[in-house]
Design a protein around this ligand. Structure first.
Ligand code: NDP
Length: 247
C-alpha cells in the first residue's frame, strides 16, 4: 500500500460496495469512508440499531443513500445469501466491492480446553459465512467492470499463536480462501481478491482481546482507512492474490 496514499474524493463514485459487520469498529469506519468517497454502501450486520446509526451518519454527511441488510452470520441459512444476491441484483445489477469484515473473536484458551460450540461458532461466522457470501456474490462481482473483494485477516492468521485457537485457524482459512479464489480468477475475470490485516486497532474486539492495554495506544479505525480505500478503488487494479497489512 503506497505510503501516504491519498484517495481521490471520487474514488468510488458510482460504485456499490457491500460491507459486513458495518455497524461497529473497522466495518463502520469502512462503510463511512467508502460512502464519503462516492460509493453506495450496503450495510450488513446483526444489530439493526447500529446499522441504522451508520445509515443516518452517511445520509447526514451527504453520501449516497445506503441500504441495510440485517443478517446474523452465525445462523443465517444458505438461502439468505442467495436472497441477498437476488436483492442486490434487482436493485443495482452488479456489485463493485465486497469487504468481508465481520468476525468474532471467540474464547481464547488452549486448544485442549476449547469447546466444540465455541469452535463451531467462530468457524461459522469467520469462515463458513465468508464462503457462502463470496459464492453468492461472485456473479454480481463478475458483472462489474473492475470489482474488488477484500478479506480481513489478522497477524494470527499468518503465524499461529498459543491460545488464539479457532480465531487464528479461521484467519488462516480466510487466507486460504483468498488464495484459492485468486488463483481461480487469475486472467479469467476482472474480479481481484486480496486479504488485509488491519493490525492492532482500537475497537471493541481489540479491547476484549487485550483488556490490560491502553486502548488509545492503538490507531483508530478511521486512521487505517487509506488501506481500505486503496484496495477497494481502481488505484489497486493490479493488486491481486496478495496478503497485505494496513499498518
Ligand atoms: P468489532 O468486534 O469491533 O466489530 C465486528 C463487527 O462484526 C461488528 O459490527 C459485529 O456486529 C459484526 N459481527 C460479529 N458477529 C456477527 C454476526 N454473527 N453476524 C453479523 N455481523 C457480525 O471488530 P473489529 O472492528 O475490531 O474487527 C473487524 C475485523 O478486523 C475482524 O475481521 C477482525 O477479526 C479483524 N481484526 C481486527 C483487529 C483489531 O485490532 N481490531 C486486528 C486484526 C484483525 P455487532 O456490532 O452487531 O456485534
Amino acid at each position: 500500500i503506497p505510503a501516504g496514499y491519498r484517495p481521490s474524493p471520487t474514488l468510488l463514485a458510482g460504485r456499490t460496495v457491500l460491507v459486513t459487520g458495518a455497524g461497529d469498529g473497522i466495518g463502520r469506519a469502512a462503510a463511512l469512508a467508502y460512502a464519503a468517497h462516492g460509493a453506495t454502501v450496503i450495510l450488513l450486520g446483526r444489530t439493526v440499531e447500529k446499522l441504522e446509526a451508520v445509515y443516518d451518519a452517511i445520509e447526514e454527511a451527504g453520501g449516497a443513500q445506503p441500504a441495510i441488510f440485517p443478517m446474523d452470520l452465525s445462523s443465517a441459512p444458505e438461502a439468505d445469501y442467495e436472497g441477498l444476491a437476488k436483492a442486490i441484483g434487482e436493485t443495482f445489477g452488479r456489485l463493485d466491492g465486497l469487504l468481508h469484515n465481520a468476525s468474532v473473536l471467540g474464547e481464547r484458551r488452549p486448544v485442549a480446553n476449547t469447546t466444540w460450540k465455541a469452535w463451531e461458532t467462530v468457524m461459522q461466522v469467520n469462515v463458513n459465512a465468508t464462503f457462502l457470501l463470496t459464492r453468492a456474490m461472485l456473479p454480481l462481482l463478475q458483472a462489474a467492470p473492475r470489482a474488488s473483494v477484500l478479506f480481513t485477516s489478522s497477524g494470527v492468521g499468518r503465524k499461529g499463536r498459543a491460545y488464539w485457537g479457532a480465531y487464528a485457524v479461521s484467519k488462516f482459512a480466510t487466507e486460504g480462501l483468498m488464495q484459492v479464489l485468486a488463483d481461480e480468477l487469475e486472467n479469467t475475470s476482472a474480479v481481484r481478491v486480496n486479504s488485509l490485516n488491519p493490525g492492532a486497532t482500537n475497537t471493541a474486539m481489540r479491547r476484549a482481546a487485550y483488556p490490560g492495554e491502553e486502548p488509545t495506544g492503538n490507531p483508530s479505525p478511521e486512521a487505517i482507512m487509506p488501506a481500505y480505500l486503496y484496495l477497494m478503488g481502481d488505484d489497486s487494479l493490479t493488486v491481486h492474490g496478495q496478503a497485505l497489512n494496513a499498518q
